[in-house]
Design a binder for this molecule. Structure first.
Ligand SMILES: [Fe+2]
Length: 481
């Protein structure tokens, strides 16, 4: 049954967030959403390429899949139960242990998972699958075999890295990861050089370029990604907070790790700029109201400003709502989950790069005529920014936009015109959107895609795969050989 939209947007739909600020309008209260339980169900491997129902004239489409042979997968498979704790799942004590062993196991720390299911990433030209812990797996993109488990902490003092690195044109890779050492929690900017000294090199030569002390050392911010312009790494310290005490005691308390993460709408979001060449963080910090962000669209410098484009929400509860229990719901319960989630929209922040003690306070420094974003020097090292929407009203009809993509090799760190993303009239993306930044209009909208021409959005072809494809967040293209 197709979902039915009950409410349309109107000024009366303005909701106040916990911090009293206006949320994006709730423009798409939907009823009758179709269950996505089949998408989040266990699937079989398809280890050999299979043919698909095929409508492209030239070329050929095949599909294959393999389970990542992670320690988490192997151990869970061998025992036929969840033995390794994951972000939202606490493994129960082994029932084969006696009472005291089970009691004592609660005092053990949760071991970081190597179930690297978030994205494909590249270092030194090799493909890895990554989650956000210290473990990645190198994979062979030709046959999807799991090749080698790589541990970030063997190379640099970090406890993990995001699944969203950025790449310079020469292949230098930047990432971010936290460390929890004798100096307390730190946010670290990481650089991995493109060169290999040996064919077997993985993260060799990785460096911590800069370490940033969290605003609240015992409650550092969670971050899923970061932005990068030509000269700067932009770290977004958002008020999705990690209660480190709760996280290290989660097993003792019988709670999943995700229970130690919470949204604090009373705190501002802080943008940190780090010079990629020197590793120096800017003394000026750029603040905005409490927002949450998972994916950035692009960042570029022009005329003394840094434009930071990203997908934002006015609340940060989503991380605790994307639970398997919610994803498997149907009927009214599913509608309720969807309709209580805050929508995500693309926004631009304009950060003035040359703010000094001489810069006047109390006035908007944004001199870019085409932009409605504001940035006000409020005190010596603080600029307060207000965003500009990178969309028109019609995006509300599509449930907002997430999982943004640009033509990365051509446009990343540069002025650009188009970005792409998924509309969200469901818990998962249900349409493909193309935004023209010149007039903020949606160019084309589709309900699904396999192969589209990026310029015209004309359908080049589609391939129906005769097996259940598991739902995934991200991927990477590999040139065929
Ligand atoms: Fe992501």
């Amino acid at each position: 049954m197709a979902p039915v939209k009950l409410d349309t947007s109107s000024p009366d739909d303005m909701k106040l967030a916990d911090n009293g600020q206006a949320k994006e309008r709730v423009s798409s209260v939907l009823k009758g959403l179709e269950t996505i339980e089949p998408l989040v169900r266990s699937v079989e491997e398809t280890p050999e390429p299979i043919c698909t129902e095929f409508k492209i004239h030239k070329g050929q489409v095949t599909y294959m899949s393999r389970f990542l042979q992670s320690d988490a997968y192997r151990t869970n498979s061998e025992r036929d139960r969840i033995v390794m704790s994951e972000f939202g799942t606490l493994a129960m004590p082994d029932p084969c242990k006696n009472f005291f062993q089970r009691f004592l196991s609660r005092f053990e720390m949760i071991q970081p998972t190597d179930n690297a299911s978030v994205s494909f990433v590249k270092y030194k030209g090799d493909y890895y699958v990554s989650t956000e812990t210290n473990f990645m797996h190198k994979v062979n993109p030709e046959n999807l075999h799991t090749l080698e488990k790589v541990d970030w902490s063997k190379f640099i003092a970090v406890n993990g890295a995001t699944a969203h690195p950025h790449y310079d044109p020469d292949g230098t890779t930047y990432n971010m990861g936290n460390s929890y050492g004798s100096k307390g929690a730190l946010y670290n900017i990481i650089r991995v050089p493109p060169e290999k000294n040996e064919a077997t090199d993985t993260l060799h030569g990785a460096q911590v370029l800069c370490s940033i002390v969290p605003t609240d050392k015992s409650h550092p911010s969670y971050y899923h990604s970061f932005a990068m312009s030509e000269n700067y790494v932009v770290f977004i310290e958002q008020p999705i907070k990690m209660d480190l005490l709760k996280i290290v005691t989660c097993k003792l308390r019988g709670k999943a790790l995700s229970e130690g993460i919470y949204w604090d709408p009373k705190q501002e979001t802080i943008f940190h700029l780090i010079d990629k060449r020197t590793g120096e963080p800017s003394s000026v910090k750029y603040h905005t109201k409490a927002i949450s962000t998972f994916h950035q669209i692009n960042a570029f410098e022009e005329d003394g400003f840094l434009m930071l484009d990203m997908c934002c929400a006015d609340d940060g509860q989503a991380i605790n709502n994307y639970l398997i229990q919610n994803l498997r719901k149907s009927g009214d319960a599913l509608d309720e989950v969807y309709n209580t989630l805050c929508r995500v929209f693309p926004r631009r922040f304009v950060l003035p790069l040359h703010v000094t003690s001489e810069t006047p306070t109390g006035q908007n420094l944004n001199t870019r005529l085409s932009s409605q974003a504001t940035c006000v020097h409020v005190s010596q090292d603080k600029v307060f920014c207000q965003h500009e929407d990178l969309h028109g009203d019609d995006l509300h009809e599509y449930g907002g936009l997430e999982f943004p993509q640009i033509n990365y090799n051509r446009c990343n760190t540069r002025p650009y015109r188009y970005f792409y993303g998924c509309g969200f009239r469901h818990l998962v993306g249900d349409s493909l959107l193309k935004m023209d930044l010149e007039d903020k209009t949606l160019k084309d909208k589709g309900t699904f895609l396999l192969v589209l021409d990026a310029r015209t959005f004309d359908e080049l072809g589609r391939a129906n795969v005769p097996v259940n494809i598991p739902y995934g967040f991200h991927g990477a293209f590999k040139a065929s050989t």
